[in-house]
Ligand binder design. Structure first.
Ligand code: ATP
Ligand code: LTN
Length: 333
């Protein structure tokens, strides 16, 4: 029996932070043995916010090294760069003709990013979810493991696929989102009402995957909490403490009940210290592997070249099916 297909991606928009790990990467590693997996560096998406070209290139290598350091096996998964497979951009155009302005206008990620980058509210930022739909639909994807912030984009992807299928027959597989039970939405340390984000201008708001242990301990110590004393999971009234509990639970593999029981009667200071230590322990082996892997750019390049070819072979038939369905004349080869 063929395994169901998983597709997911992360933007090379900066150094990864722990939310990207708990919301996405950690689960990819757990799923890799049971599915046919494609994991992508979505560089086309990344330029919807202005990037320095030299940094973007470095961040793309960094991201691949981080995928591998976190435990993705390049033999089991197809790891590639989005811009190497031109079918993504081609399908995005077609799908943009099946997506309504009103739908894109409702996307909260667009609204957030437009507010943060007022001098550069470009059409790519607006059409971003259509490109994401193209990524997913090109490969007959069944499951998309992402953090909770991507739920709205996943719903839109399903709507676009269903709309296209209703007009043209069963061309696309309609995918499902896959969200972790804990760690699907890690919040900012200084502003726990806002999601943690790797492109946040204040580095105190996130824990980067490559932060030094002393920095991690300090960031946890300074995390904003309430004036209460209970260590209790209550995201509405105790956003800061609940967030630290989620971080601790994912870092140690424990449930929220375990965390609550373990810290009953303890003070916030002790708890914050324990959270910092748990994160350091989670990241230490990853950081060690990362620095080893990152040194060898030649091996990374070779892998990307081979994988781009393999991805194109998978993407091409879907795009041809789509071109045929919409009524384009087949080019003579
Ligand atoms: P940027 O700040 O550049 O927009 P980001 O940090 O939000 O990026 P993405 O590259 O957009 O990260 O997302 C990569 C993956 O990480 C996605 O699956 C996303 O759902 C997940 N993710 C992002 N932020 C969080 C978070 N705070 N908690 C859990 N998962 C998250
Ligand atoms: N939109 C996602 C990144 C992304 C993605 C995808 C995730 C682009 N294409 C396809 C899963 C599947 C984000 O901002 N986190």
């Amino acid at each position: 029996m063929t395994k169901p297909t998983i597709f997911s991606g992360i933007q090379p928009s900066g150094h990864l932070m722990i939310g990207n790990y708990t919301g996405a990467l950690k689960n990819w590693v757990e799923l890799q043995d049971h599915y046919h997996c494609l994991f992508v560096m979505v560089d086309l998406h990344t330029i919807s916010v202005q990037q320095d070209p030299a940094e973007l290139r470095q961040h793309t290598y960094d991201l691949i090294a981080m995928y591998l350091a976190c435990g993705l096996d390049p033999k089991k998964n197809l790891i590639f760069v989005q811009s190497h497979v031109t079918e993504h951009a081609e399908l995005a155009w077609i799908l943009s003709c099946y997506t309504f302005m009103g739908e894109l206008n409702r996307m909260t990620q667009y609204k957030d990013k437009a507010a943060r980058h007022q001098a550069n509210i470009n059409a790519g930022l607006f059409g971003y979810p259509v490109l994401m739909a193209a990524d997913i639909l090109l490969y007959n994807t069944n499951l998309v493991p992402v953090g909770n912030d991507q739920k709205q984009h996943m719903e839109l992807t399903r709507d676009i696929a269903q709309r296209f299928n209703a007009r043209h027959g069963e061309v696309f597989t309609v995918p499902e989102g896959y969200y972790p039970k804990v760690g699907a939405r890690i919040m900012s340390l200084q502003n726990p009402d806002k999601k943690m984000s790797k492109s946040d201008s204040n580095s105190q708001n996130y824990i980067a995957m490559l932060d030094q242990p002393s920095v991690i301990l300090k960031k946890c110590k300074r995390a904003v909490t309430d004036s209460d004393t209970d260590i209790r999971f209550d995201p509405e009234n105790k956003a800061g403490i609940s967030n630290l509990m989620s971080i601790y639970a994912t870092a140690t593999g424990s449930t929220m009940d375990d965390v609550q029981n373990a810290f009953e009667g303890k003070g916030y200071g002790d708890f914050k210290k324990a959270v910092g230590e748990a994160v350091v322990a989670m990241l230490e082996p990853i950081q060690k592997r990362y620095h080893e892997i990152r040194k060898d750019e030649t091996s990374i390049e070779k892998m990307l070249q081979v994988n781009a070819e393999k991805a194109r072979e998978l993407a091409r038939p879907t795009l041809e099916k789509v071109y045929d369905a919409v009524g384009f004349v087949k080019p003579l080869r």
